[in-house]
Design a protein around this ligand. Structure first.
Ligand code: 26V
Length: 813
């Protein structure tokens, strides 16, 4: 099979063929959707030959590869990305134009696959992009949710969630393969039996579902490589339906089918507090069991010696969500393939590595033993045995130190007997990594210190990164052109070359071109905002952006207090309105539907926006915008337009952050705490080009040890008091003091994330921001240096670090 020719005419005929023969419509009769689908198929066809070739080679070479196991992939739109990867953008644009169509219009038609919540899911998407670009043999495995992250709308300023029906218009990027489905079992019981004098265990499950693989192309950046993302979809088994059907209960049969297919129905929208829901454990086991079986049957060569499995694959666990893969591999090796337990355990330890993405204790997943044992009885037995052997080894090393044993046990006894998935992953993994230097350090020192002592050398760091293809080249075409002019082409896959921009920083012409790009990006953002939300960023304003999931630890409330304080300052005459640096503050955030405080904060931000934006006393110098439904597509417009990036979590709480990297790479300056990857960003860009504020992690610790009383900060700081009092007075809720009372009392009497303690320092840093922004040319200089010095945050570098420190899977030709 050869690729179709890369000419405009060739593209036109392919496009029309797809429209007519696949879509069944003529050009004149076709809808935007028909045209989008035909275009997608045309681009797809260009990738097809390479994809098939790479799939074949992977099987033939049998080189060691990575299976990235992730419950989330927040992919973003595919068409743009795949046009860029194939280098077809210009040809496609011309071809469509010759048919009287607009590429831009068709681009905008795509609904992004939002199969993830936030940072963790987007990181997985960046990583598979880098794996393909670097040419590493790899497969991404996950779940093909029918409904991704909910669509957010606002009603009276409050979040309303709508289902995300991303598949309704057709799904040109996916290739389902029902003939390659895997059977995944649940429930039932275990039994032992005698196998030639050896006692063995087996699992007699109660019910099954089919897992159907849906394949997606993952093209490398203009390198002819196409990797695979394989997402599993749940389908009821015939046997399952028939048994009930034969009993005469048709309705029950249909219900049973729905029950099975529910497994891949919807992405859980919580992004930091696991709820321990049964369906979620079903999802987790469903996709890892199917993935392991798929790898062993379809990727591994027939007859491969499984004792050498570690030479062939590393399963990377993206957080604890896929950790049930550990007992699953043990079960397959021991029960199904007859391997000795000790050998199987050695193999398993070689085959897994674990990435932790959090520091919040409540985000560490645990599964009640009762639930796990009911759904996966054999796996629970295996986990118990792993734990027994592990604790025996701990005893041997440290003696009968019962406190230590209790602390290290994979099984927690309180508040209910449960399996600590992070501990299981740590015991099983060849390596455990955090996602930024500070995070990895805290992981060793605070979260898993006993494990670090027990397993010297197991813990490591791999600082996160982002793909420069999507977040620079695609999102910021004008800056990309300027970069290419300055440092030559090819930087997209060699991001350290951004360093070359430093020598242009003293060139006034380059600075003004750079400033013009920023201005153009604000106009580009406004086109989108005007069309979708009917508002826009005001002319000449500093664009101050905070986009990320709504969570108390991220401290959107600190940003709120800054806004309210500026507003109050003008109202009370403390600040002359002419002295206010014109700013548009732009928020984007979804709250987990069950997270009441987060939803109330969204309501508060919207209420402040309604009040402030219409107040003539501000003379239009302060705007608060909150476009709903922040997603990857909107991020691609917002980030390039930002002047200031808000990364203001309480130190020690944000594992890494990746938005922070995207902003810096697009020339926004960061106002941030010493947290997550902010630390590394600041080290690289330099103190002069970063607005640091707030307590560092040891100070947070110390304050917490002394006993933190937020009301003391409230009493001691007049500006803070006035801001909080204004919210409490009902100024943003039509005089009703009750609406935001829970937010106010939470701040005053609990304030888990020490917003009040960092307020003064944050306000002072914002004053430095205002002063710096007044000198436009100096600001641009700092912005250029941010771009030039943050090439380190390419996900290509992250993947290279994974290869060197964890995977040992070199790229193949
Ligand atoms: C996710 C979920 C998702 C569904 C329900 C339950 C549940 C429980 C825990 C989690 C953990 C989410 C962890 C996470 O998203 N961490 C983020 O990972 C980013 C990539 O490493 C990192 O940049 C962020 O700092 C970190 O918060």
């Amino acid at each position: 099979m050869t690729s179709p020719p890369l000419t405009v005419d060739g593209f036109v005929s392919e496009f029309l063929l797809n429209l007519n023969f696949d879509g069944g419509v003529s050009l004149s009769e076709s809808s935007t959707n028909d045209r989008y689908l035909a275009l997608a198929c045309t681009v797809r066809d260009y990738l097809m030959a390479r994809w098939l070739e790479d799939l074949r080679k992977q099987k033939e070479d049998q080189a060691k590869g990575v299976c990235y196991l992730s419950a989330e992939y927040l992919l973003g739109r595919q068409l743009d990305n795949n046009l860029l990867a194939t280098g077809l953008s210009e040809i496609a644009a011309e071809a469509l134009e010759s048919c009287g169509l607009s590429l831009d219009q068709l681009r905008e038609h795509e609904i992004e696959p939002g199969l993830g919540n936030g940072g963790l899911g987007r990181l997985a998407a960046c990583f598979i992009d880098s794996l393909a670009t670097l040419g590493v043999p790899s497969i991404g495995y996950g779940i093909r949710y029918e409904y991704g992250i909910f669509r957010q709308t606002f009603e009276d300023g409050q979040q309303v969630e709508q289902p995300d029906a991303w598949l309704t218009l057709g799904s040109p990027w996916e290739f389902p393969h029902p003939e390659r489905s895997q059977l995944v079992s649940f429930g039932g019981r275990t039994e032992t039996y005698d196998d030639d004098g050896v006692t063995r265990s087996r699992w007699i499950p109660a019910w099954n579902v089919n897992a159907i693989p849906c394949n997606y192309m993952v093209p490398g950046f203009q390198n002819g490589r196409v990797n695979t993302l394989r997402l599993w979809r749940a389908k009821a088994t015939d046997a399952f339906d028939l048994r009930i059907f034969n009993s005469g209960d048709y309705e029950e049969a249909v219900r049973a089918q729905t029950f099975a297919e529910n497994i891949s129905k919807v992405l859980y929208p919580e992004d930091s507090t696991p709820q321990g829901k049964e369906l979620r454990l079903q999802q987790q086991y469903f996709f890892v069991a199917a993935s392991i079986a798929d790898f062993l049957e379809n990727v591994l060569a027939d007859g491969y010696d499984l004792t050498r499995l570690g030479d062939r694959v590393i399963f990377q666990l993206n957080d604890t969500h896929p950790v049930i893969a550990v007992p699953e591999l043990m079960r397959v090796l021991v029960d199904d393939r007859g391997m000795e337990w000790d050998t199987a355990w050695e193999v398993t330890q070689q085959c897994f590595a674990y990435t932790c993405h959090t520091l919040l204790p409540e985000a560490l997943e645990v599964w009640p033993v009762e639930l796990l044992g009911r759904l996966l009885p054999r796996h629970l037995e295996i986990i118990y045995r792993i734990n027994d052997e592990f604790l025996a080894a701990v005893r041997e090393r440290f003696g009968d130190d019962e406190l230590r044993i209790r602390n290290m046990s994979i099984i927690a006894e309180h508040p209910e007997r449960s399996v600590r998935m992070a501990y299981l992953a740590t015991v099983a993994g060849s390596k455990v990594n955090g996602v930024a230097e500070l995070h990895s350090q805290l992981l060793r020192d605070k979260v898993l210190p006993d494990f670090d002592e027990f397993y010297p050398g197991k813990f490591t760091n791999v600082t996160n990164g982002v793909t420069p293809r999507r977040f620079l080249r695609l999102a910021n075409p004008e800056l990309s052109a300027l970069i290419t002019e300055a440092v030559g082409s090819g930087w997209e896959s060699d991001l350290d070359r951004l360093r070359g921009l430093e020598e242009h920083v003293d060139d006034a012409g380059f600075r003004s071109a750079f400033a013009e790009v920023k201005a153009a990006n604000k106009r580009r953002l406004n086109e989108v905002l005007r069309a979708r939300d009917g508002f826009e960023v005001a002319d000449g304003h500093l664009v101050d952006v905070m986009v990320k999931r709504l969570h108390e630890y991220k401290r959107q409330l600190l940003k709120v207090l800054h806004v309210v304080s500026s507003y109050e300052g003008v109202l009370s005459g403390r600040i002359a309105v002419e002295d206010l640096q014109p700013r548009t503050v732009l928020f984007g955030a979804k709250a987990a539907p069950g997270y009441a405080m987060a939803k109330r904060i969204i309501h508060l931000i919207n209420a402040i926006g309604s009040t402030v934006n219409d107040d003539p006393r501000l003379q239009g110098r302060l705007k608060v915008l909150f476009p709903p439904n922040y997603n990857v597509t909107l991020a691609e417009r917002v980030i390039p337009a930002a002047d200031l990036s808000e990364q203001i979590s309480l130190a020690g709480k944000e594992a890494s952050g990746t938005g922070n990297m995207k902003f810096a790479l697009n020339g926004a300056l960061t106002i941030g705490t010493d947290d997550g990857a902010n630390v590394e960003i600041r080290e690289l860009v330099g103190d002069d080009n970063f607005f640091l504020f707030g307590m560092a992690e040891p100070e947070v610790e110390a304050l917490s040890a002394r006993g933190y009383r937020p009301s003391e900060f409230y009493q001691a700081d007049e500006d803070l008091r006035r801001a909080i009092d204004l919210i409490a007075s009902g100024a943003f809720s039509g005089g009703d003091r009750t609406v935001f009372e829970p937010v106010v009392s939470n701040l005053l009497y609990e304030d888990r994330f020490m917003v009040l303690a960092d307020f003064a320092s944050y306000m002072a840093a914002q004053e430095r921001v205002d002063a710096a922004y007044a000198d436009e040319d100096a600001w641009t200089r700092s912005a250029i240096l941010n771009v030039a010095r943050t090439g380190f945050f390419s996900s290509d570098r992250s993947i290279t670090d994974y290869i060197d420190r964890i995977w040992h899977t070199p790229p193949t030709s």
